[in-house]
Design a protein around this ligand. Structure first.
Ligand SMILES: Cc1cc2nc3c(=O)[nH]c(=O)nc-3n(C[C@H](O)[C@H](O)[C@H](O)COP(=O)(O)OP(=O)(O)OC[C@H]3O[C@@H](n4cnc5c(N)ncnc54)[C@H](O)[C@@H]3O)c2cc1C
Length: 412
């Protein structure tokens, strides 16, 4: 039998797990469900780059500052969920010099610590870096292991009274008198719950979930491919310093590097093409920075779908859509008790969760402050325990299966 939670959080990615943890720490009775394993959506299918904010600095200062603040918080609370690698923005001879200068100036304005290097200095720091690199600057990028991060959030939520239910899809939502009445859960739970508030943290699927309740969320999802190749020798994240384009990022993981990515609009986050050209282009563009990845053995290839929110969709490849996040209270369209949180980044999940939990608590008349910025996540100093938790919640995902080393889901 399932008891009715006060809050049902739909979506066990970083955002939903973060909301569940935040609410549980504020003593709210919460249930977290995902249709598959935790982090099996976009969170576990990203590059695993904990952004310093430099990537967004010149185009979206607010997102850059948000990334920087969260990057610093996670460094303190997330232990083995992250790795301190640093990052480099590199300019090739063919890349625009003004853009490089603008990016560095914008990083300074955002408070991101940068260090300028000439091409030779960069090559001394990164074995195998292309001879075409003419200059670079260091940034405080890090690597994040999303399966671990999500598991640690979920475990803390459970330790504070939450029910965590992977393999539990929401199949229907009923609304009565302009208020959420009940939610049908399939899979492992297979029953009906009557929460006071439903948090829609379903990422790229948030529009579909809202639709079940007769509400609207204007999602503009876009897919991207990632290719993991065998490579042992890269320490910092490599970012191409040019206007965002395909194949701009190389992220070092255990015994491999992850090359990516592309940005192509999709109508349905489950059914979309996976063309070879995106794979080939990501590899060849990344090889412009680190030539030997072109011949390295491919270990895994996978796709992820960005949960971009754009009620008035902008830009042909959706790269121009803000990486900021939005919290929507659907009471405004006649569905009280439904709150959606969309957009954002894996890097900013904790802040997204905080703002959402503030909104939920205000709705419930609960006066409790957020503790997640200072409270260390559980098990993050014990990788064995952490990886047991990952296994318990559905296993590792493509981004970090080389590190976490449990079940791998790939869709090559
Ligand atoms: C190619 C690519 C690379 C990226 N790289 C990075 C990066 O390096 N760094 C970074 O910070 N960000 C990156 N991002 C962005 C980042 O991954 C996402 O913004 C973030 O992970 C979204 O997390 P989320 O929890 O909101 O969504 P998700 O992780 O997608 O979680 C939503 C969950 O909802 C579940 N769900 C859906 N429908 C239902 C239902 N009916 N019932 C129950 N559950 C349901 C899904 O199974 C899913 O697990 C990348 C994105 C892409 C596409």
């Amino acid at each position: 039998m399932t008891t009715d939670p006060t809050v049902l959080v739909v979506g066990g990615g970083a955002t939903g797990a973060g909301v569940a943890r935040d609410l549980a720490l504020r003593d709210v009775d919460v249930m977290l469900v995902d249709r598959d394993g935790l982090a099996s959506g976009t969170s576990g299918r990203s590059h695993g780059l904990l952004h310093s904010g430099a990537r967004y600095a010149e185009a979206d200062l607010e997102s850059a500052e948000e990334c920087l603040a969260e990057n610093r918080i996670l460094k303190d609370i997330a232990g083995a969920c992250i790795r301190d690698t640093g990052g480099l923005f590199v300019r090739l001879a063919e890349d625009n010099e003004d853009y490089f200068e603008r990016k560095m100036a914008a990083c300074n304005a955002a408070g991101i610590e940068v260090q300028r290097l000439d091409g030779d200095e960069a090559r001394e720091q990164v074995a195998g870096l292309s001879d075409d690199v003419v200059e670079a600057f260091r940034v405080p990028d890090r690597v994040v292991y999303p399966s671990r991060l999500v598991a640690a959030n979920a475990a803390d939520a459970e330790a504070h009274g939450a029910a965590v239910r992977p393999h539990t899809p929401v199949t229907d939502v009923t609304v009565s008198n302009e208020r959420i009445d009940s939610v049908e859960l399939g899979g492992d739970v297979d029953g009906t719950v009557r929460p006071e508030i439903v948090v829609n943290a379903a990422g790229a699927w948030a529009g579909q979930l809202a639709e079940m309740a007769g509400a609207t969320v204007g999602m503009a999802p876009s897919r991207g491919v990632m290719v993991a190749v065998e490579y042992d020798d890269l320490e910092p994240v490599l970012n191409r310093c040019r206007e965002p384009d395909d194949g701009d990022i190389i992220v070092p993981h255990e015994g491999e590097v992850v090359l990516g990515t592309t940005s192509v609009p999709v109508d349905d986050p489950d059914e979309y093409d996976r063309p070879d050209w995106e794979v080939e282009r990501s590899v060849s563009e990344c090889a412009a920075m680190l030539p030997s990845v072109a011949d390295a053995r491919t270990v895994r290839t996978w796709w992820g779908v960005r949960p971009l929110y754009a009620p008035d969709e902008a830009g042909s490849d959706r790269r121009g859509i803000s990486r900021g996040f939005t919290v929507i209270d659907h009471a405004d369209e006649g569905v009280s008790g439904l709150v959606s949180v969309v957009g954002g980044k894996l890097t900013t999940y904790r802040r997204m969760a905080e703002v959402t939990a503030d909104r939920v608590c205000a709705g419930l008349g609960i006066d409790a402050t957020c503790e997640t910025a200072t409270r260390r996540l559980p098990a993050v100093d014990d990788t064995e325990r952490l990886d047991e938790l990952v296994g318990q919640y559905g296993g590792a995902n493509p981004t970090d299966s080389s590190t976490v080393g449990t079940t791998t889901a790939v869709d090559e």
